[in-house]
Design a protein around this ligand. Structure first.
Ligand SMILES: CC(C)(COP(=O)(O)OP(=O)(O)OC[C@H]1O[C@@H](n2cnc3c(N)ncnc32)[C@H](O)[C@@H]1OP(=O)(O)O)[C@@H](O)C(=O)NCCC(=O)NCCS
Length: 122
C-alpha cells in the first residue's frame, strides 16, 4: 500500500503487483476525520481489500489524534453499509434525497446516510 496525497487530504492505495486495485481518500479537519471515498476494482471485490483499507483509515486517524470519524453513503449501498457497520460505524442521520438516482423505484433521488464513530473512548 502507498500514499500519494498530502496536507488536509490523505489516502492509501492497494496494489496487486503494479496494478492499483483499491484506494481510500480521507480528509482531516481538526479532530474530525472523514472517509471521502473508498473503492475496490470490481474483479477484486469480496476479497477483504476494502476491509483492510478501512482498517488502515481508522488506524491512521487514531495515530493522528482523530476524535470522530465520519462518512456518507447511499442508502442503497448495502455492501458499503455492511462494511462500515462491521468496522464500528453507526448511523447518525439521514440526508433526504441527497444523491441523484436512476432507480425506477425512486423519484430521481436517494437518501444519504451519515455514519460516524467516536475514537474518544477507544
Ligand atoms: C463497497 C466496496 C468498497 C467493498 O469492497 P470489497 O473489497 O469488496 O469489500 P470486502 O471484501 O473488504 O468486504 C468487507 C465487507 O463488506 C461486505 N460485503 C462485501 N461484499 C459483499 C457482497 N457481495 N454482499 C454483501 N456484503 C458484502 C461484507 O460485510 C464484508 O465483510 P465479510 O466478508 O466479513 O462478510 C466495493 O464494493 C466497492 O468498491 N464498491 C463501489 C464503490 C463504493 O460503493 N464505495 C463506497 C462509497 S460510500
Amino acid at each position: 500500500m502507498q500514499s500519494c496525497l498530502a496536507g488536509r487530504y490523505f489516502n492509501l492505495a492497494a496494489f496487486d503487483d503494479e496494478r492499483m486495485v483499491g484506494f481510500y481518500i480521507g480528509e482531516k479537519a481538526g479532530p474530525d476525520f472523514t472517509l471521502m471515498d473508498i473503492c475496490v476494482a470490481p474483479d477484486c471485490q469480496g476479497q477483504g481489500i476494502a476491509k483492510q483499507l478501512l482498517a488502515e483509515f481508522i488506524a491512521y486517524s487514531k495515530q493522528h489524534n482523530a476524535e470522530n470519524l465520519f462518512l456518507e453513503v447511499r442508502e442503497t449501498n448495502v455492501r458499503a453499509i455492511k462494511l462500515y457497520e462491521l468496522a464500528g460505524f453507526s448511523e447518525m442521520s439521514v440526508r433526504k434525497n441527497y444523491y441523484p438516482s436512476d432507480d425506477p423505484n425512486k423519484n430521481g433521488f436517494e437518501d444519504a446516510i451519515l455514519m460516524g464513530m467516536t475514537l474518544l473512548f477507544a
